[in-house]
Design a protein around this ligand. Structure first.
Ligand code: ZN
Length: 170
């Protein structure tokens, strides 16, 4: 089983809204497995389906225990507190931003067997979960940046966008 190509900023799928999964079957399990493999290969700690060109509500997360959390149709039930952490994104190479998010979250979704699961996360795990769920509605870390930060990133973003659309090859 191969790995997916990671879609970079400028690819329109990253700005779309994903469709909920109606039923978890062999196809969805395979996508989740391949997403996990792609995440490990890229040394990421989370990945959302649109980042691999799939417009379904699927995310994988692994903070390093080699046991990927696979979530289908994740929904945040509870948010608490505030936390600021530096985040990057596999679809926005070389960009990191300090992002303010909830410090604790409780999420509900299905696992790869279609069973309802609840996951609680704090600090880094809470950030990653919120980051990946953002992707499912087309939200990227740069959308959390203030205007000054966005100005600072402008050139990098323009380059990424052009590269992604194939105007230049670097
Ligand atoms: Zn991301």
């Amino acid at each position: 089983m191969g790995v997916y190509k990671i879609r970079k900023y400028g690819n329109p799928i990253l700005r779309g809204r994903c469709r909920p999964v109606e039923k978890v079957g062999a196809r969805e399990r395979k996508i989740l497995q391949q997403m996990a493999k792609t995440m490990y290969r890229a040394q990421g700690i989370g990945l959302a389906a649109p980042q691999v060109g799939v417009d379904l509500e699927l995310v994988v997360v692994d903070l390093g225990d080699n046991n990927p959390l696979k979530l289908v149709n994740p929904l945040i039930l509870l948010k608490e507190g505030e936390s600021v952490l530096e985040e990057g994104c596999l679809s926005l190479p070389e960009i990191t931003l300090k992002i303010k998010r909830s410090k604790r979250v409780m999420v509900e979704g299905w696992n790869e067997d279609g069973e309802i699961i609840k996951v609680e996360g704090e600090d880094l795990l809470a950030h990653v979960i919120q980051h990946e769920i953002d992707h499912l509605s087309g939200i990227l870390i740069i959308d959390h940046a203030d205007q000054a930060e966005r100005m600072r990133l402008n050139t990098k973003l323009k380059l990424l966008e052009r590269k992604s659309r194939g105007y230049i090859s670097l």
